[in-house]
Design a protein around this ligand. Structure first.
Ligand SMILES: Cc1cc2nc3c(=O)[nH]c(=O)nc-3n(C[C@H](O)[C@H](O)[C@H](O)COP(=O)(O)OP(=O)(O)OC[C@H]3O[C@@H](n4cnc5c(N)ncnc54)[C@H](O)[C@@H]3O)c2cc1C
Length: 395
């Protein structure tokens, strides 16, 4: 939509083809129906949140930074900024973002064809000559392919663009789930539904630390999910997941020594009780048997009789709760797709293919993805801007 707007703004004939009955079906479900449309941060901070190929995106995000996107939307839509610089429509309605973009498109006379499916992009071997749809053949010199990734395919993004690109000689980096939950080798049914607010996590592949974060997470029926886990998944997806683990620190605000002292104080308070009945002030009830089991100590020992070395084991189990991973959840249910058109084959200034003249890519179809916070919609916006604006100037 952004690509079509900028191209049409120059007065050139522009046709946006969408196979769904309406525009922006995926936008409707973003940000839990509220659409976290962008992040009010500087381009450098933006790039810190890009998990895959931030270097490629540098030119695009400087050309169309979040501040420009906010100005652009803000001319037609009231916005508000929440925690973590997350920008939403003031109405909390994702549909208002789509309405705003549609209004821009109508304003510049871009033609929109709904319920029309592109089947193929035609070339003469060197440059684009047209597109084939389920309704007609359309001759044209330039095509911007914005078909998205393959996550949540019911919204329309089911990978069509990858097929055309591959046929035209592009490399498609294998699509992988990103921003998704993680299946565990051992699930914890007794912890299911528990959400931890202030947990520190470290993700390891073998012994190598590949990611760390602090925030919220959730135990689920399949394993773990929630903000810090979603972020970790965007780095774990490039690793051998089966050989990886996520280590939780359930008491990140205090050191091992401080935790040991805290346990001793609690043992004093619950004098003569068993260890398993002395930890209620420190841990959520459901965690107590799990932590005791993980530490290898006997929870039925009287707390006054627990040896210092066993207390240390307890401390370690609380500060190093290892979750062994089996796989990331299915890509259909991942928030974004990592992988896609290889960035080495796209001009980062214009988004034009280096293989076929007149062929452009924008949005999630490109092998670029970011963490949560409004970054992914903005990636679509800034790459769409680069392609659309370049085509406006070119002709
Ligand atoms: C549940 C969920 C929540 C999210 N929340 C956020 C959020 O709050 N903030 C954020 O920044 N990102 C969020 N994202 C990610 C964000 O929605 C995507 O990264 C973004 O929509 C990608 O935009 P796009 O235009 O590249 O692709 P899409 O939005 O997927 O659009 C691709 C379009 O191409 C159409 N299409 C595909 N094939 C054809 C064809 N053959 N012919 C014609 N049309 C075709 C599709 O129907 C679709 O409308 C969320 C994603 C999900 C799934």
């Amino acid at each position: 939509m952004i690509a079509a707007y900028y191209r049409a703004a120059g007065g050139d004939e522009t046709l946006l083809i969408e196979k769904n009955e309406k525009l922006g079906k995926k936008l409707y479900i973003t940000g839990k129906g509220r659409c976290n449309v962008t992040n009010a941060c500087e381009p450098d901070a933006f790039l810190d949140n890009v998990a895959t190929n931030p270097k490629f995106l540098k030119g695009a995000i400087y050309r169309f930074p979040p501040s420009d996107f906010i100005d652009f939307l803000g001319r037609k839509l009231k916005l508000k900024t929440e925690r973590g610089n997350r920008v939403y429509p003031e109405s909390d309605k994702a549909s208002d973002v789509t309405k705003c973009l549609e209004s821009y498109l109508h304003g510049v006379g871009a033609e929109i064809s709904l319920n029309e499916k592109v089947l193929d992009v035609k070339t003469d071997g060197e440059k684009v000559t047209g597109v084939e749809t389920d309704k007609r053949s359309i001759p044209c010199d330039n095509v911007i392919v914005c078909t998205g990734g393959i996550s949540y395919p019911s919204t329309g993004s089911d990978g069509d663009g990858y097929v055309w690109a591959e046929k035209l000689g592009h490399t498609v980096v294998k699509p992988k789930p990103a921003l998704c939950g993680i299946n565990l080798k051992t699930v914890y049914p007794e912890l299911q539904g528990i959400s931890l607010k202030n947990v520190s996590i470290k993700a390891f592949e073998g012994d190598k630390k590949i990611y760390e974060d602090f925030g919220e997470m959730l135990f689920t029926h399949f394993g773990v999910s929630g903000p810090v886990i979603l972020s970790a998944s965007s780095y774990l997806n490039k690793r051998d997941v089966k050989n990886s683990k996520v280590t939780l620190d359930l008491k990140p605000a205090i050191t091992e020594e401080q935790l040991d002292a805290r346990i001793l104080r609690d043992f004093e308070k619950y004098k003569n009780k068993l260890v398993k009945n002395s930890l209620d002030d420190l841990l959520l009830k459901a965690f107590i048997p799990v932590i005791i089991k993980n530490s290898g100590i006997d929870g039925n020992t009287k707390n006054s009789e627990l040896k210092a070395q066993d207390r240390k084991k307890l401390v370690k189990a609380i500060k190093n709760f290892d979750l062994f991973l089996s796989s990331l959840i299915n890509i259909d249910e991942s928030i974004v797709t990592s992988g896609g058109i290889s960035v080495g084959e796209i001009d980062p200034k214009t988004m034009e293919s280096k293989k076929v003249r007149g062929l452009f890519f924008a949005g999630e179809i490109i092998d670029v993805d970011a963490l949560t916070g409004g970054f992914n919609v903005t990636i679509a916006a800034c790459t769409g801007y680069c392609a659309g604006n370049y085509l406006r100037r070119k002709e």
